[in-house]
Ligand binder design. Structure first.
Ligand SMILES: Cc1cc2nc3c(=O)[nH]c(=O)nc-3n(C[C@H](O)[C@H](O)[C@H](O)COP(=O)(O)O)c2cc1C
Length: 447
């Protein structure tokens, strides 16, 4: 049993360098007001009251709640951007046995550090969002799977759960209604693969975190083989705002097909790395400005827009993008989890890819041959190019190995390892060639 007392929150934390534009999740957050009373003062649990008819109103039916979430154009914040309302409608509501709701707070993607901060600074919005989701889908038991290397967020979420239970927002007959929902925190195992939803379910069941074949999808065969809905932490965190203000208002706060605000974690070569909540569709240039611009006034070289698995985008293309699923997809990448890694002109792309490839080799669960073997080969080849032992044929071979991993594995970790390789080669082939021909880097800082 871990002794969590050594990670005790001081209560004096400040929001992780946050600067936001019209925030929804971070509205009114000052770093110290995570508790129930403050959350209620910000309008917290009003949405749960509303759907249960405990605000003097008529309440909302399950269909009405799902329709509101559909109208909001909320898309899953875990990476794939799947429409949340649609996912909720897949849950077989009339299923006679136990159904489960799971929150994915695994957050292992390099560059991503938003979910842990929501849990630290606004944990009740996740609890309320999950309770609303459970009501809409007729679910009575839920778990929040929190990454095993994140202690403070886990501890904070546990404390918030205690508060919510004591206040009657969780448990049997919530606020005297017929709706009951038991919610638990689960401290996970600190592996990237445990963020993949079916590996997460295996891990939650106490087994080794390895992905399952899909189909069947979790909506029909999930936790303990029962219908299960899994959403990301930020996805749930957005739900109370939607119910309080209406799906249309959420949609209007973003752009068509990309409702609401989104949290972006900016890291790398910027003056103020951190989490920024901005409306979907905000120009990348504005986000970069919020983060203080490129560090030291240097020139922007490239951006990885959605966590390490999303293909790198060269500076010019990125500066023309807006921060939403559609714009980033059009630029040939993915918004993913919203982890924006900024690289300035001094970054060597071979070295950057060497580091990324090492991560994927290390995190491959080993279940599928193309991923288990292929990620190792990708790293070995990039490593030898970086270290001056590259061969002229390596570049084509790298692309070929990546191509043969992509789409040939049970889960998307294989794709996540392959896509960055192909994008780095596509946009920065010259640097790879230079490394091979001259056994040194094209970037002066690395020579
Ligand atoms: C290798 C891998 C790692 C993932 N890690 C996470 C994660 O840390 N958090 C997360 O929410 N989703 C992660 N996902 C996506 C989940 O499988 C799933 O799509 C997501 O939790 C669904 O929630 P959403 O619809 O709200 O986005 C990962 C997927 C893969 C393939």
């Amino acid at each position: 049993m871990l002794d969590l007392s050594q990670f005790q929150a001081t209560g004096k934390e400040t929001v992780f360098h946050g600067r936001h534009i019209n925030p929804q999740i971070y509205a009114g957050i000052d770093g110290n007001n995570w508790g129930l009373k403050d959350y209620e003062a910000r309008g917290g649990y009003a949405a749960l009251r509303k759907i249960l008819g405990r605000d003097g109103g008529e309440g909302m039916s399950q269909d009405q709640v799902i329709a509101e979430v559909k109208a909001s154009a909320l898309r899953g914040r875990g990476g794939a951007g799947f429409p949340t309302g649609l996912k909720w409608s897949f849950m077989p509501r009339a299923f006679p046995g136990q159904k489960y709701l799971v929150c994915n707070s695994d957050e292992g993607e390099p560059g991503t550090a938003k979910d842990r901060e929501i849990l630290r600074f606004n944990p009740h919005t996740v609890i309320e969002g999950m309770a609303i989701a459970a009501y809409a889908m007729g679910i009575t038991v839920g778990y929040n799977y929190i990454h095993g290397e994140i202690f403070e967020a886990y501890e904070r979420f546990e404390a918030a759960l205690d508060e919510a239970r004591a206040a009657g927002y969780l448990g049997d007959h919530i606020m005297g209604s017929n709706f009951s929902f038991q919610l638990h925190a689960f401290h996970g195992f600190g592996a990237y693969i445990c963020g993949e939803e079916t590996a997460l379910l295996e891990s939650l069941e106490g087994k080794k975190g390895q992905p399952r074949f899909k189909p069947p999808f979790p909506a029909s065969f999930g936790l303990y083989g029962k219908p299960t809905t899994i959403n990301n932490t930020e996805t749930f965190a957005a739900v109370p705002w939607i119910i309080r203000n209406g799906g249309e208002a959420f949609l209007a706060a973003g752009k068509p097909n990309n409702g609401g605000t989104k949290l972006f974690t900016i890291s790398g070569d910027v003056e103020r790395p951190g989490n920024y909540e901005i409306p979907m569709g905000t120009p990348f240039a504005t986000l970069l400005e919020l983060a203080g611009g490129v560090r030291g006034g240097k020139k922007l070289k490239a951006v990885i827009p959605g966590g390490s698995s999303s293909p790198v985008i060269p500076a010019d293309t990125m500066m023309a993008c807006t921060m939403d699923y559609d714009s980033i997809a059009k630029a040939g990448s993915m918004l993913g989890s919203g982890a924006v890694i900024v690289m300035d002109e001094t970054r060597c792309m071979v070295k950057s890819l060497q580091r990324l490839s090492y991560f994927y080799m290390h995190e491959s669960c080993g279940q599928c041959t193309p991923c288990r073997e292929g990620t190792g080969w990708l790293w070995r080849m990039v490593d030898r190019i970086e270290n001056g032992h590259g061969r002229p044929e390596d570049i084509e071979m790298l692309d070929n190995v990546a191509e043969n991993i992509q789409g040939r594995t049970i889960c998307a970790l294989g794709d996540a390892a392959a896509m960055p390789v192909r994008a780095f080669i596509k946009h920065y082939r010259d640097e790879f060639v230079h490394h091979i021909e001259h056994k040194t880097c094209v970037v002066p800082a690395y020579i």
